[in-house]
Write a protein of this length. Structure first.
Length: 172
């Protein structure tokens, strides 16, 4: 399985990085960071890093065969571009490929409250089959720490991607 993880915006970038870290070794991982979310990556991470400006990267083509993509966090700017079909960087180009190839695309919008414009864009994308999954915790799994809350959110994203995990306590 090939998965692209992208981060746009600055708030919540750690969720995208942690998602990468927790993906099983059997997954071929590709990673894109927007200009505003650049941080130092650990050399130990087994990922293929792509520049957001490189729209000719392998993952920008449907023939490369990416299976799924998650943008976590997804800024309202990136969400709006995807909703309007604007592919002016690698993140938005990959999202456009996911849509045209009918592949799984998960967006994790990071702002709240959501404006009417953001909700309209989310509705439009959801109508196309894109999964809108903001980083929202649930109380039934009894998280006690920030790490446990993040694991819950990432575990739910993995569930959506069909990746087995036991990152959180499930409903009994």
């Amino acid at each position: 399985m090939k998965i692209v993880v992208a981060t746009s915006g600055a708030s919540g970038v750690n969720l995208g990085l942690k998602t990468l870290e927790l993906l099983p070794d059997s997954v071929e991982k590709h990673f894109i960071m927007s200009k505003n979310s650049k941080i130092v990556l650990k050399k130990e991470m087994n990922i293929k890093f792509h520049s957001n400006e490189d729209i000719s990267a392998s993952i920008a083509s449907g023939s490369f065969g990416v299976d799924a993509m998650i943008i976590a966090p997804c800024s309202m700017n990136t969400l709006a571009k995807i909703a309007c079909g604007i592919s002016d960087n690698l993140i938005t180009r990959c999202a456009a490929v996911m849509i045209k190839e009918h592949k799984k695309l998960i967006l994790a919008p990071r702002e709240m409250p959501f404006s009417a414009i953001a909700l309209e864009n989310m509705h439009k994308l959801a109508s196309l089959g894109i999964i809108i999954a903001p980083p929202v915790m649930a109380y039934y799994s009894e998280q006690q720490t920030l790490d446990e809350m993040e694991n819950f959110i990432i575990g739910k994203w993995f569930d959506l991607l069909g990746i087995e995990n036991n990152l959180y306590k499930r409903w009994e």
